[in-house]
Ligand binder design. Structure first.
Ligand code: GLA
Length: 376
């Protein structure tokens, strides 16, 4: 059953009627361009066919009641929004960022096929699905880029995770069959088709890291420090040549972070070109280099991620592999010749199990469209 069918069935079981609105928003995998979004740089993510669906109906008051199997029920009043704990904060944060005046209450059921905390943007998908639901119920007009921006604001200023714009933007604007090259300075989007005969395989290490938030915020701070030392507004404005003449007082760690960002931006642009030209060998090589840089210069990988990437790269039909998302655990992504995918899955799983104590999961992903209304 699709998440939309599941949400509809669960809604009927809960409320004894059909939902009047059904929306979906996808998770994402980032092919390359990691930790560059909050440095005004380039990213190349795609929305995936794992997504979050909400089946709902409006209420006549300003209460929001949401159910999701396996999680505590959420209930809050839009008229008296207060910060709390748990997954309801994403819903409240979006309502707050949209400006709660005039937003209708609703009751509904949320289902998702995005593993939580696996670096596949389950929270961005929940935010975008919520934003689209409020928009539809409120009869407002949907502007995907604006919805991404306000969902990012919800994440930063309500939930407290200082994220960039990538996850929300791709969940809002994904396109079937395409990754999207995003210039995070002005949010220009260049849809970039996935080469024929190439599959995108997400490799879940089965590990989740709790320290992601503090380490993530620390990396942001180190990048800001490096930009200040170089006297530029953001690391996007540095060139590779600038890195060979760093300011005297530059801390070595900040210089390593800066090098990753500058080179990763170059790799991301080169990867988009390689994809357009069908040069899968080049795309894979750039992904492999990205992983080394994230491991050694940006220091956001983990032993499990390194083991997974090595297991993937050891397979002959694997064009390239790297960690994806914030890091410290979660998923890696590999690009593999489609004809070899079955053999790859067996091989990488066996190698990873041999190298670690963790149980892997593998998701072969299609590039999917962004958030949409199915009923409503
Ligand atoms: C998380 C953030 C994104 C981005 C990535 C790293 O997913 O939400 O904004 O910074 O990490 O590339």
């Amino acid at each position: 059953m699709s998440p939309e069918e599941q949400a509809t069935a669960a809604f009927r079981a809960q409320f004894g009627d059909d939902p009047t609105v059904l929306v979906q928003a996808p998770g994402r995998v980032n092919l390359i361009g990691e930790h560059t979004d909050y440095n005004d740089g380039f990213v190349l993510p795609m929305a995936i066919d794992r997504r979050t669906a909400i089946a709902a109906r409006p209420r006549s008051d300003t209460t929001v009641m949401a159910y999701s199997q396996g999680y505590p029920e959420i209930q809050f009043d839009l008229a008296t929004l207060e910060r709390g704990q748990g997954w309801g904060e994403y819903l409240k944060g979006v309502a707050w960022a949209m400006g709660i005046d005039g937003l209708p209450g609703w009751e509904g059921v949320i289902t998702s096929t995005i593993p939580i905390g696996a670096s596949l943007s389950s929270s961005a998908a929940l935010e975008l699905a919520t934003a689209l639901l409020f928009t539809t119920l409120g009869g407002l007009s949907w502007n995907p880029v604006e919805a991404a921006r306000l969902s990012q604001r919800a994440e930063m200023d309500w939930v407290g995770m200082n994220s960039g714009i990538m996850d929300q933007l791709i969940s809002a604007c994904g396109q079937a069959g395409h990754a999207i090259l995003i210039d995070c300075r002005d949010l220009t989007q260049t849809p970039t088709p996935l080469p024929d005969g190439l599959s995108v395989v997400v490799l879940d290490t089965g590990t989740r890291r709790r320290l992601t938030e503090s380490s993530y915020n620390q990396r942001r701070e180190e990048c800001a420090e490096a930009a200040r030392a170089f006297g530029v507004g953001s690391l996007r404005d540095l060139t590779i040549a600038d890195l060979s003449t760093p300011p005297a007082a530059m801390p070595p760690t900040a210089l390593k972070r800066a090098r990753h960002i500058v080179e990763e931006n170059e790799r991301t642009l080169a990867a988009a070109t390689a994809m357009r030209e069908g040069d899968t060998a080049m795309l894979g090589r750039l992904m492999n280099e990205s992983h080394v840089s994230l491991r050694d210069l940006y220091e956001v990988s983990s032993p499990a991620l390194d083991a997974m990437v090595e297991a993937a790269q050891a397979f002959a039909g694997c064009r390239g592999a790297r960690m994806t998302g914030a890091g410290f655990g979660g998923c890696a992504v590999a690009v593999v010749d489609t004809t070899d995918v079955e053999a790859f899955i067996k091989d990488v799983g066996a190698r990873y199990r041999e190298a670690t104590d963790h149980e892997p999961a593998v998701y072969v992903c299609e590039a999917a469209p962004g958030a949409s209304v199915i009923v409503g």
